[in-house]
Every structure is written in C-alpha cells, then in structure tokens.
Design a protein around this ligand. Structure first.
Ligand code: ZN
Length: 135
C-alpha cells in the first residue's frame, strides 16, 4: 500500500456559493467544478492547489452525513483524503490492522474517484478517506 499525496481536504459549509467567494476572492483560487453527489446528499465545489484539492461540501439533506456533521459541529474541516495506489488492497490492510472501516468496499465519489472512508474512532478523530483515480 502506498499513499501518494493528500488528494483533497473536505470542508463542510452552510452555503457553497458564499464559501466559494472566500476561496476565490480572498485566497485567489479558482473553482473549477461544482458537482452534486446524490449518494452522499451533498453539493461539492473544487479548487486545485498544487496536487491537492479543496472540496467544499454543502448538504442537500439535513439527514445526510454533512447535514448531521454541521448540526453537531458547525462549519469546518470534515475529512482528509489521501490518494492511494490499490484502494482494495489498502482497505484489506487497514482491516487487518484493526482499523474500523465505514466502507469495506470502495464506492464512487465526486470526480469519478473510487473512495472509502475510515472511521474517525480508529484514526484519532479525523475522518479519513482513501481514494484512487481509475481510468
Ligand atoms: Zn472527500
């Protein structure tokens, strides 16, 4: 298993249009995609910085994972995603090491990536995502 770089940092926001303004007008980044991921009940907006993306997440349903997160904790950093080679193998290794998995198998995330989450109980409180670009 090899982690390559931080693929993205996921940030939960109340209003994606308002937050895009901060990243564009204050930080000077460019939003290059806005995409709804129905499966996760979120709207996402992406910015590229080096090899890493910032992924803004606005809930489209209060019962969805981001809706619940914001209700509990408010806006803020939601997860860190690592680009990995061989995501299935990586999940098997994690499981072997006793890490609690949210996704035992990869599923489709934004931008067509295969993604899987590790449970924050096993990762020191940081919701951790593994992802792999397959083409
Ligand atoms: Zn993510």
């Amino acid at each position: 298993m090899k982690l390559k770089h931080i693929e993205h940092i996921g940030i939960a926001v109340n209003n994606i249009q308002e937050s895009i303004k901060f990243y564009e007008e204050v930080l000077g980044l460019k939003c290059y995609a806005v995409e709804e991921v129905k499966d996760q009940k979120v709207k996402t907006a992406f910015f590229m910085i080096g090899q890493t993306k910032i992924e803004l997440l606005e809930s489209t349903d209060p019962e969805g994972p981001i809706g619940k997160f914001i209700e509990k904790k408010g806006e803020g950093v939601h997860h860190i995603a690592y680009a990995v080679e061989g995501i299935e193998n990586a999940l098997a290794i994690m499981e072997e090491k006793g890490i609690k998995l949210i996704d035992t198998k990869p599923r489709k995330g934004a931008e067509g990536l295969d993604i899987a989450f590790l449970h924050p109980k096993s990762t020191g409180g940081v919701l951790t995502e593994l992802c792999e670009k397959k083409d």
